[in-house]
Design a protein around this ligand. Sequence first.
Ligand SMILES: [Zn+2]
Ligand SMILES: [Zn+2]
Length: 172
Amino acid sequence: MASISKPTSKPPGSKVASQLEAAQAHCRAQGSRLTAQRKEIYELLLRRGGSAKAYDLQDDMRERHGRVAPSTVYRALEFLMAQHLVHRVDALNTFVACTAGHSAHHPLLLVCSRCQSVTELQDDAAYEAVRSKLRQAGSGFVESDIEVKGVCGKCLALERPAGRHAAATAKG
Ligand SMILES: [Zn+2]
Ligand SMILES: [Zn+2]
């Protein structure tokens, strides 16, 4: 079954706190350690609405701690990605907080070409279909997330204003 969920643009502190708690519990269950630094970088990503470039997170860290090496941020992000807490969006060169469950999964990421929002869609059947087609075509499938460029619902709604003239103004 497919499920769609999006990070909210400005999460309240209580939501971030519960997400951090869930991440901590998830890592403990996996036998991995969400160290204070990894946790802080995850927190900064959540505070930025669940989407940020690595250097934005580095800026946030610098604001709090002074000088911070880029490798510190990248290493933490690598860890968070391995734990399925964070996904990398190559199309935007950003990192997004996973909005699905944190178990192993291959997300389909819809990247809006207008507002650059990222919607995570978890659909194992769709992922397997792409995987199997690529195999049939003789490709050695690379294990990665699938990014789809498109237009998100919000931008679509802006494009199609409600009202009786909407159909008349649409380009044919
Ligand atoms: Zn995910
Ligand atoms: Zn959009």
